[in-house]
Design a protein around this ligand. Sequence first.
Ligand SMILES: O=C(O)CCC(=O)C(=O)O
Ligand SMILES: [Fe+2]
Length: 235
Amino acid sequence: MDLQQRIEQTDWKEIAESLNNKGYATVPQILSADECDGLRHQYGDDTLYRKTIVMENHGYGMGQYKYYNYPLPGIVEGLRRMIYPNIAPVANNWMQALGIAKTFPGTLKELTELCHAHAQNRPTPLILKYGKGGYNAMHQDLYGEIFFPMQLVVCLNQPGQDFEGGEFVLIEQRPRMQSKAIVLNPGKGDMLIFTTNFRPAKGSKGYHRVNMRHGVSELSGGERHTLGVIFHDAS
Ligand SMILES: O=C(O)CCC(=O)C(=O)O
Ligand SMILES: [Fe+2]
């Protein structure tokens, strides 16, 4: 099965329910082991990237990441373009539930045009690399006025085999309540779709905003790579 077939065969209704109820969803085995290895092995090919960030230099954690250049590698471009139309309706429902006058277009092409019209021209998909002691501090990826409220990661190594620790962590900040932590352990090739900034949650008086941040817990050993796909471009 190729990537397009895997995406077409995903149960997007179930994903939408999970995103609505929990703010995240897991899609197992969106990439094959070979596809994961291919992306990982290109980490050293600097012609593919526009910028390298050493996380400890910015207080972002410990590890490094590289932003891809346009044109994106086929798998990265394909994931971004083919997944977007399946979750744009979820984002539109969220805006409506929260009374925010914002609609996201139906295709990635249109979202990209909207970003460009707001001087957000730089691609945001990235590949990350953490070693022993590596971690990613809790954060949100916004990058400008136009931001799509969901993003995805694909884990490119096998936990327990290639690395230890290094769980994916979400913190849900609920109004007038203490925060809730969600710890996920995606396997190699598994995709997580999650809330970038906030989502609606139903309370006794209608919907309210629940803020989310994401990060990665400390690795106790090994090496962990992640592909991250953010749908909006950066200013
Ligand atoms: O390495 C991870 O799992 C998190 C990556 C991340 O923060 C992102 O892709 O935005
Ligand atoms: Fe992030």
